[in-house]
Design a protein around this ligand. Sequence first.
Ligand SMILES: [Zn+2]
Length: 553
Amino acid sequence: MKMLRLLLPMIVGLCPGLGPAWAQSADTILVNGKILTVDAGFTTREAIAIRDGRVAAVGSTVDIRKLAGAATRVIDLQGRTVIPGLIDSHLHAIRAALSFSTEVNWIGASTLTEALGRIREAARTMKPGSWLIVAGGWNVDQFKEKRRPTQAELTAAAPNNPVYVQLGYGWAILNPVGLQALKIASDADLPSGGRLEKDADGKLTGRITGGQAAIIALFDRLPKPTFEQQVDGTQKFFRELNRLGITGVVDPGGNNLAASDYQAVFDVWRSGRLTVRVAYALCGNEPGREFEEFKNLTQLLPMGFGDAMLRFNGLGERITAAMNNNARPSATDKEKYTQIAKWAAERGMSLTMHWGGDASVGQLLDIFESVNKEVPIKNLRWSIAHLNDASEQSLRRMKALGVGWTVQDAMYFGGDQFRQQSGPEAARRVPPVNTGQRIGVAIGAGTDAHRVASYNPFTALQWFQDGKTVSGVAIRGPEETPSRADALRFYTLGSAWFSFDEDKRGSLEVGKLADLAVLSKDYMTVPVEQIGGIESLLTMVDGKVVYAAGPYQ
Ligand SMILES: [Zn+2]
């Protein structure tokens, strides 16, 4: 059987005078590699040709080389693995991006020394005197030192910048420059409930404790990124995602994300600088007024509005405040939710819904089923996010409704706690992706980053294999551990489904968008514990290079 597949029939059909398609040379070819196409048979090829932003052919190096002309860029993969660009189906990317250039990120730092090094580096690269803010997203257990930073360490790392580091929602530390900038000299200068800690000699340590409200109010006193910084952050965050092989996200809105907060991503999109495809949903923000909000916001925003880079993808992940994280919604709560859901269905809108546990998800599925009786939702790609302990029964109900499931690596951070609360047996099957797949539920992978998780897809892909929490305990059993191929499929084609894109991207097949990543290591054969360290060396979106490192720089 001939391995080379071409766009031949389509192009010849359209342009009878032009002759065979391969007479037109490719823009780029990648040869001598291991291309994981993620097609139906998970076929591996040696080479790929790209023309006009699309996959023109996949096949052997010898055959693909025939498509090269004088102007074709030839990339020698030297045996490296290529995957379709990864798609996170539940990443709060728009919100994370806003502060990416003005915050210091401690995600993935394995020592406190490394974390402090990032503050030192930020002090060097940011404008002199800039605030250096670590706004959560880290944990003492991730550090070899198993402790928090001291004020002296912050000062040593950044003597001339105000520095603020927050841990969870109960603790923060400021260096002296930071305390001065916020005019904090005594407890009276703190939001109510906040307290300044003193050492044995009565000197301030820079540490502040207090309840969640005090720490949130304290954080609110820090300067917000300007619009220029938000735009800069958006470009830098998306480039950071490109560095990890991500070429698409499905964005589920998020808490405190107002309409005005979308302006930065719109600006980057409008000027053609977007390097990650974004399908975004809208959350209800004003408790009790969500229906009016949705009606108002979508008057000029029909489902699917946008283009291949940025597109409106419906409602969620919070529809109403009353039904958010509420396992016992009242009849009124459910009625109001049902009204919105039915309205969305009538407009052909997709809807994604955050739900925690299986014990109460029947309330949501009841609503979906009642809406479905009046307006079929089967083709609207509704979905449930999280639901880590999904039962077989719930998954069957989802399958019957055509409701998909976005799965995140929440158990990487939360698995120890889950195991303590629900027992080791229950922990063996979270999340039950193999059961979901057997039943035929559409499954997408992702992270839920960046406040509660790392956005690194390879952390999640490793976790899919080893089932280990951040403390190193393997909690998941082999019965719910997907193969490497299936995990990759969840992260590409699987996620693409949630924005109606599985025919356009998510696999490297002829005619599809040329979104791909050349990996630093072979995802399929590297020891499991090395998957988390994989990066992209070359990322392409639409056949254009958006990130290049090492040999491709
Ligand atoms: Zn959520």
